[in-house]
Design a protein around this ligand. Sequence first.
Ligand code: GLU
Length: 302
Amino acid sequence: MQTRESLPYVGRFAPSPTGPLHLGSLVAAVASYLQARANNGRWLLRIEDIDPPREQAGATDLILHTLESYGFEWDGDVIFQSDAHDAHEAAVALLLKGGHAYPCCCSRRDLADLPQGPLGTIYPGTCRDRTVRGDAAIRIKTGDHATRFIDALQGEISQQLESESGDFIIKRRDGLIAYQLAVVVSDDLDGITEIVRGIDLIDSTPRQIALQHRLGFRTPRYMHIPVITNTRGEKLGKSTGAPGISPDFVADTLVHAFTLLNQGPPEDLARKPRQDIWLWAMENWQPGKISGVKSVVTTTLT
Ligand code: GLU
């Protein structure tokens, strides 16, 4: 069997089409791209379009156009996560059949009385032994052991899922596949060996690893990079009203992203042609320099 170490590097950037790319998502794209290229790896682009109610019309085209204008070159065709729908459903069916998951009919009101932890409601498994009919969410059974991994930048991360999240949802009551399950199945399907993404997702990683174990998938290596916050300490994103990055200031914005990643770009870099900027970044990429930085405040170009 091929071990993960012997596999060629396959990285990815996986934006959801919920709005334009903002500076925080650009920084995540830059880090995953440079890390893939520095390891002679492939870099895939996957649009995570499996939650239509959250999507914004035109966002996919805008994201693709922005990435192109910034000079990202992904390998192969753009992957649309919705094309993996059957694989997502098959994984849910497998988990149900194996007794690892169960339908849950708890209403919002039922959940409102449950204890809350940093990951949200801690679900105690109320429906584990109930016979549930009609519309139901599907939850995965969590065990009472710790789920651990070593993040390339953040070190050892450990969660005790049963007490910290409880049995979490893998398929929503409205029939949509939950992010945690979808991302795990898609990463496996796409052969991803390395995940570089924002630290805001680090709390989700143990749940994803638990699902990988249940489904018999290989666990990729993880590197969680700082998220970019505004001056109020809020993560840049749609909910905090972060504007999309402009295709008109590519050089300045790219160099700003390298600065936020603590790469120390030379002062005149932004005056160079785009391909020279990328060449500098690829030759000088040192992910270790971002180690320990949890979030970066930016006041400009956002
Ligand atoms: N689609 C997710 C987002 O845009 C990212 C998924 C991931 O990197 O695991 O936040």
